[in-house]
Ligand binder design. Sequence first.
Ligand code: PDD
Length: 284
Amino acid sequence: MTIAFFNGEYKPLSEVTISPLDRGFLFGEGIYEVIPVLQSELVAPQLHLARLKTGLSALSITLDYSQEQLIDALNQVIGRNRLVSGSVYLHVTRGTSEKRNHAFPDVCKATSLIMVQSINESNASEAIQPLKASLQRDTRWRNCHIKSTSLLGNVLHYQHAKDQGTHESILYNDDNIVTEGSTSNVFVLKGNKLFTHPLDSQVLPGITRHILLDVAKQHSTLEVTEHPVTVDELLAADEVWISSSSKGLAPIVSIDEHNIGNGEVGAMAKQLSDLYVNHLVDYR
Ligand code: PDD
């Protein structure tokens, strides 16, 4: 039985009910975080909760729990579910209003849910897997820096990849600039230079991106730049990686019909992924 935290109580996930008037349901009006769990410990919880706070304040949602209370609730859910490896999901919506109206209600108590998803140990320790990607023009909204639960644009892009038999859609804007993936940030390696899109409203400030940049700057000889690349530069890259809390660093070996490099996992992907895994302990 999966135990969830719901509005201050711990109960079986199957017993959680949410009102049809919840603005998360009606308007997709909420913020979420996916926090990795390794050896039953949260990875980079402070960075995730800082991003949550920024998102909540962007939507003017007030959450009644302090950072400490949230960390405690996240750990309680990990413990009560005996989660060893996987992710914790924290979802917060504006809450339930009496009437359906686009405007924020004067009074509204946020709805909060914490639940877990496990991955089995053998997958968790598996060697780095080569992934394929599809290219798509980014059709999402213009506030992609907010980790909003309104994920329809991302869902459609991700489904496109699945329909093409690939693992991720890599997105580009109207100027042919690569922004990010439908569920990940994108890194491009050319020679000794590592590129990723700078933080702006076109990309999510990924926590994995942040850690990878830190690790690459401190522990590799790569020249790291938060600089955009074009679609042509992406396709001519030596290596392309995506990053997310659930995947860590994952190498992309082909994009539609183009091979990246020689179409195999690059040496630098392996090196950076090892550095990332080994330094995660610094962020606990
Ligand atoms: N996805 N960009 C987008 C659009 C994302 O959805 C994600 C995360 C990222 C990477 O962010 P982080 O490194 O903080 O996980 C970038 C999560 C894992 C998800 O959708 O489940």
